[in-house]
Ligand binder design. Structure first.
Ligand code: DX5
Ligand code: ZN
Length: 215
């Protein structure tokens, strides 16, 4: 299966955001990953609706929205309405995961669930048939630039195995510490969509790095 890359805006230059959007527009990447942090579910605060709306008018790329917020059921519809094409939320952040999936799907968007490093696949077992993607965190959520947790490779492999056995169609997304080296390891285990933040935006030649990751 083709491996896809989703550049994470969290590591972009916020003072010259349009420049980074243009770089993505001119690249072969199909996605833009948007990390939404509320200072409650994770110990950091990022950006919200006005930024997403502003970017929406400047690109046709697929908006891949990663909600790191408590009680996603209260906000998820708004994220769909401001132009996100796919929305993922953390299973640890809600008691109403099935409802959140329904809201996303009713808005005509793709629904994903995110697992923190400590969270087992077992906890989302009954939701897997309904999901468009599952995001395996390979760092603790909240910050860019952290080190890839190698034990998560086994989790990716386990998820890919369940998908094959049951004939499910969800994509496997990986987020955190992705670089040229770790992206290959994840791909080998069955990951389809790789989020990349600091490694990409910290590079001198971003287009080149993106090309390498997409290959
Ligand atoms: C972390 C975010 C990531 C972050 C990844 O909580 O979910 O999307 O931007 O950044 P890197 O690629 O630097 O680990
Ligand atoms: Zn993310």
């Amino acid at each position: 299966m083709e491996t896809l890359v989703s550049p994470s805006l969290l590591s972009a230059d916020f003072l010259h955001l349009y420049k980074d959007i243009e770089m993505i527009n001119n690249s072969e990447a199909d996605y833009i990953h948007m990390d939404i942090m509320d200072g409650v579910f994770v110990p950091n605060i990022s950006f919200g609706f006005p930024i997403i709306e502003a970017i929406r008018s400047k690109t046709d790329k697929i908006f891949d929205c990663h909600l790191m917020i408590a009680r996603p059921e209260e906000y998820v519809e708004r994220f769909c309405n401001v132009g996100c094409d796919m929305v993922s939320f953390h299973i640890e952040a809600t008691n109403h995961a099935d409802r959140v999936i329904q809201i996303i799907k009713n808005s005509g968007k793709k629904a994903g669930i995110v697992l923190n490093p400590q969270t087992s696949i077992e906890s989302v077992k009954y939701l897997l048939p309904k999901l468009d993607y599952v995001l395996i965190m390979t760092v603790n959520p909240g910050f860019g630039g952290q080190k890839f947790i190698p034990e998560m490779l086994e989790k990716i492999e386990e998820l890919a195995k369940i998908r094959e056995e049951k004939g499910y169609s969800f994509l496997i997304q990986v987020d955190g510490g992705v670089n040229v080296e770790t992206s290959k390891l994840c791909r080998d285990k069955g990951a389809d969509l790789l989020v990349c933040g600091s490694f990409l935006f910290g590079a001198e030649d971003k287009e080149k790095i993106l090309g390498e990751l997409l290959r």
